[in-house]
Design a protein around this ligand. Structure first.
Ligand SMILES: NC(=O)C[C@H](N)C(=O)O
Length: 331
């Protein structure tokens, strides 16, 4: 057996974003992309130093900036990974490079549906591939190491940036430009990558996939109401008129809407069977049941508004009843 045969094989999907973006100026870290972006094969070619540790296989995917990524692209990615695994059953895992703007949404959505037997590790970068001191190459390398790591398998989907391994349900982007932007506010990372050494720590509880992504059609509309001082019911009326099946309130911490908004949402629940989830504008801790019982709102638990929204879309698509949705939000 050759030495090469012992090197784990990891497939690479370039989903878009800063990690593969190229600027003309090596000091440009805000308005980049003028010089195009790297394909998966080009990214791998720039990471020759990794090749004695992980064999990287490029997959073809049409990348988009994170603000244009959504369920359609994430489901296409599931399909691509399943086909790749069928063609190469010895793949140890997948790395997805994703724009950081919606990276936590992508990773969370994928974690709710991922049922392939090898892990998917999502990474990104705060500085483009052309920048001096780009974080992208190290993030990419460390993500590949985690994807190749047998202990990562049971975790199914993980996020790796800046030497930290995070759970999709917990991680959030906290800074526009800082390299340590991705944090898990209450519980912290589930592991570290020191250089190329992977140290997985606490083993978080996992939920079973919410539904089978194969054959999944367009997801039901779920909107987010951003609560702010003086907020009225105008956005709620627009969401209802647009056909929202549920509304997530990004409430005042630890979980309130204005009186005008709460009153309109209560009427929607009572008269039209609307579903309302109360989340919080604050990143830490939970939105608990007690505060929302009287209104009929389901508490978002530990879920941020954007993650509660994705969970609701999938839960409604799966036909879950409100009591089961509440259980999912609490887990
Ligand atoms: N750092 C980033 O990846 C931001 C990027 N523009 C995005 O697609 O989200």
């Amino acid at each position: 057996m050759t030495e090469q045969a012992h090197i784990p094989k990891v497939a690479v999907i370039v989903g878009g974003g800063t990690l593969t973006a190229l600027a003309h100026d090596p000091f440009e870290i805000r308005d980049y992309g003028q010089a195009g972006s790297l394909t998966a094969a080009e990214l791998i070619a720039r990471c020759g130093a990794i090749s004695d540790r992980v064999a990287l296989v490029p997959l073809d995917f049409t990348p988009l900036p994170s603000f244009d990524m959504g369920p359609a692209q994430w489901l296409a990615l599931c399909r691509l990974c399943e086909e790749a695994l069928r063609a190469e059953p010895d793949l140890a895992g997948f790395v997805l490079t994703h724009g950081t703007g919606s990276l936590e949404e992508a990773a969370f959505f994928l974690s709710l549906v991922w049922d392939l037997p090898v892990p998917l590790v999502v990474t990104g970068a705060q500085r483009p591939a052309s920048a001096l001191g780009s974080d992208g190459y190290m993030n990419f390398f460390q993500a590949a190491r985690v994807a190749a790591c047998p202990e990562a398998r049971p975790q199914r989907v993980l996020v790796v940036l800046h030497g930290e391994i995070h759970r999709p349900a917990e991680v959030t982007k906290t800074h526009n430009f800082g390299l340590d932007s991705f944090r898990s506010p209450d519980l912290g990372p589930v592991g570290l990558v020191i250089g190329g050494e992977v140290r997985l720590g606490r083993a978080p509880a996992l939920r079973a996939p919410l539904l089978d992504w194969r054959g999944m059609g367009p997801l039901p509309r779920v909107d987010i109401l951003h609560c702010h001082s003086g907020g009225d019911a105008c956005a709620i009326e627009a969401f209802i008129a647009a056909g929202a099946r549920a509304i997530v309130a990004a409430g005042f911490a630890p979980g309130y809407a204005t009186s005008a908004q709460a009153a309109r949402l209560e009427v929607w629940i009572r008269d039209a069977g609307g579903l309302v989830v109360m989340a919080s504008r604050a990143a830490g801790s939970v939105v608990a049941t007690s505060r929302n019982d009287g209104h009929g709102f389901l508490p978002a638990g530990r879920h941020s508004p954007v993650k509660a929204r994705l969970l609701l879309q999938l839960a409604l698509a799966a036909g879950l009843a409100p009591a089961e949705i509440a259980r999912q939000l609490a887990s």
